[in-house]
Design a protein around this ligand. Sequence first.
Ligand code: AMP
Length: 460
Amino acid sequence: MGTFKGFNLAPELVSALHKLGYDNPSPAQATVIPKALEGKSLVCQSETGSGKTHAYLIPLLQKTDFNLPRLQSIIICPSRELARQVYDFASAFSRFFPKFKARLYSSEAEVSQNQQGNSIAPQMIIGTPGRLKALLVDQYSFDLHGVRSVILDEADMLLEMGYFEDIDPLYSILPEKCQTMVFSATMNQGLKNQIEKYIGSQFLFEGGENKSATNVRHHLIDIKHVGVKEALIAFLEARRPYFALVFSSKKADVIEAGSFLRANGYDPVVFTGDLDSRERKASLRRIRSGKVPIVLCSDLLARGIDLEDVSDVVSLDLPSDLSYYYHRAGRTARFGKDGDSWVFYNADSLSKPKELLSQGVAFDFYSLKNGVLSQDTVGLAEKKKYTKKKPFSDEEIKEIKKAKAMASSSQVKPGYKKKKKQAIAKVKNKFRRKAIQKSIQKKKDERYAKRTKAKLAGDE
Ligand code: AMP
């Protein structure tokens, strides 16, 4: 692996990177940085946790004129949390370059606060699409002539959330020669079309599609007939993870699992869209303090958030868009570390695990039985379905009630329980016989219909 010295970066920047603990570029950084320094627009499809934020921050910092109090780069993120994270990464460089000013615009409060409190223009702004559109297009708060680079971070999520409606008008007022760098974990035709509008069809660094970090060990756990929440508790007891991120695709299930864990003595952070911005910040602070070993969340909220040292990702279910599974698994094993991604399933939910296996995810198999997590040698081969027993028909219930009443007497005599049982069994047997006769008749009818059809075809 090379070092950052090979990129023709300013020695002060290389030294700042070293002090921040970054000495060797990641593969994404090694490919993106030289092209970005040339001023080329590019698309980087890279694994989550691949160091993509610094793949653009480093060239942006190298090109920023710190003596010029003028806006030079814009970073657009799909969520407040991601914007804050990028802002924190960028601000870490202010320690080494005191004239470098980055500003965050992802909530109304930040917009008004920053507009009133600081008359010197920042060189870099980071924000969410709606806020940036309001600021730059509607209010025309900054002179955009000096903007040389725009970053679209987590572009697949920008598209998914319909944010290009806010980004399009921004592009209409940016300088023509502005460089665009697009970063996205996944790439589909819709996104390609959208990006081509801005930069043409230049694709630079395409990581394997839909692949999360390579050091993730993928496991499928057969939870059998046990309920998901109960299985989660059993899993946590058996595995005792250092830091687990637990996903469910439904918000209600996330909340329910959170309450269940609390009722069982755990103190998880439950991270859903219902939190207001203060609560979200407080949750993120709690998570980052390292004191919370369990975080429950839904898919959208977890995208792009860099939580350090997630040892285990647990999927209570699989998302309907399976590409989200790779985002989930990519929350662990970040930057060269390793980690485990566990997926709960049972015989009634085999299709999505099978689909992931066919996409090449190298799952191994576990089962969770009586609180013991052990390797499962059967895997997905023939599993017994946990189908619910067919309910009794109204008629059957009526007869069972009648039989019960007849078998009970006003006095409790010896053997009354046995008598009652026998009466109920008699009714059930009668209905079972009826069902069998019906099914035999149905098969007979089918055979007869088939024969008649064949005969008619022969006569013709
Ligand atoms: P990202 O993919 O941008 O979310 O980054 C994932 C993590 O990698 C972050 O915690 C960064 O601090 C870290 N990181 C980024 N670049 C490097 C590097 N060259 N060396 C070590 N860690 C890095």
